[in-house]
Design a protein around this ligand. Structure first.
Ligand code: SF4
Length: 355
């Protein structure tokens, strides 16, 4: 694998975080407290992961226009002293993000043209996405919405009421998707209000929630959240976002279980990322770990060509061969669908494995 600018040789000695600090950070805090303690400084992230700021190249400030943000429960799963750790590399800004590459643009899915009113993206037939917040608990460096105009799509009660009117007035909408940012950053009370209002619209049958919060801050799955989501007539699916098996620890598994107990279908989507999960053995292990946690592999996305993330991209043919290799090792229900998204298409485009 070609090394990126941040990489240091394994032989360079690294500092290990002092055990007191790590111990303190292991104590459970509320999800809101975890959010407010999220690490936003490169040097601090490196210190907590047993690496040194001196060992990486200075990060171009342009890369930091998409800020660093990582909560502690996620940091605790990073292998100390390994600058190449696959979880660390998903969140550590590098100067390569500041390099403009032909074909990589700020809105690769042309969502601006499917944003009929603030807070709504209507690009798929029968389904509508509600942008419930512009923030996330973690900032993933490859995120296709890293340049999204969240300010214009700011969350407000007035906006939610307008979104509800939009859904009421379009009988073709059978599924509402909570998206963002991370929709579970909303309070249980607000989610309860919105979910009940959607359940009152008779043509909506399903609710889907796209979130990375149960993975990066497992404490987010509170009894209040379960109450706000369950207990209505909607069929609910939660699509979590896990790219590497090391993201699934005991706390994540424990957090996911009550969701299943409340009849919420758990699915996973991953992004295929160079240097992070682009090996058949890793993808196989991810599928097995997901199933063990009660989650079905759903989508494996080719990277959306967003400006700042070109260094994570792998070619379509390479991706199809990889999925071919995992299909040879796993039962069909553990093989995620390889997909890509093309602006203007009413659904994602499946890509067949090359066997
Ligand atoms: S959690 Fe999802 S929306 Fe948020 S930065 Fe990561 S990939 Fe993007």
């Amino acid at each position: 694998m070609k090394k990126i600018s941040v990489i240091i040789p394994k032989s360079v000695p690294v500092l290990h975080p002092d055990s007191d600090t790590r111990e303190k950070e292991k104590r459970p805090r509320s999800w809101q407290a975890e959010l407010s303690h999220a690490v936003t400084d490169v040097a601090e992230l490196l210190r907590l992961t047993g690496n040194r700021i001196e060992d990486i190249l200075p990060v171009n400030p342009k890369a930091l226009q998409f800020p660093l943000r990582v909560p502690h429960p996620y940091i605790q799963r990073i292998v100390p002293g390994d600058i190449n750790d696959p979880l660390l590399r998903q969140v550590l800004p590098v100067s390569l993000e500041a390099e403009q590459k032909p074909g990589y643009i700020t809105d690769p899915l042309d969502e601006a043209s499917t944003n009929p009113q603030p807070g709504i993206i209507h690009k798929y037939a029968g389904r509508v996405l509600l942008i419930l917040t512009g923030s996330c608990a973690i900032n993933c460096r490859y995120c296709f919405r890293r340049h999204f105009a969240y300010k214009e799509n700011r969350n407000s009660k007035k906006q939610w009421l307008r979104a509800l009117d939009y859904i009421r007035n379009d009988q073709s909408i059978t599924e509402v998707i909570y998206s963002g940012g991370d929709p579970l950053l909303n309070s249980d009370k607000n989610l309860d209000y919105l979910t009940r209002a959607i359940a009152d619209i008779s043509h909506v049958k399903r609710l889907r929630i796209h979130t990375r919060l149960p993975v990066v801050i497992p404490q987010r799955i509170t009894p209040g959240l379960l109450k706000s989501l369950a207990g209505n007539r909607l069929k609910i699916a939660m699509v979590v976002h896990i790219n590497h098996h090391n993201e699934i620890d005991k706390r994540v598994k424990t957090a996911l279980k009550p969701l299943r107990d409340h009849d919420i279908t758990l699915l996973n989507q991953s992004v295929l990322l160079k240097g992070i999960n682009d090996r058949a053995a890793l993808l196989t292990r991810l599928s097995e770990a997901l199933y063990d946690a009660g989650v079905l592999p759903y989508y494996l996305h080719l990277l959306d060509k967003v400006d700042g993330a070109a260094h994570f991209d792998i070619s379509q043919t390479e991706a199809q061969k990889l999925v071919g290799r995992i299909a040879a090792n796993l039962p069909g229900y553990l093989v995620p669908k390889l997909v890509t998204e093309t602006p203007g298409q009413v659904a994602k485009t499946p890509l067949l494995p090359i066997l």
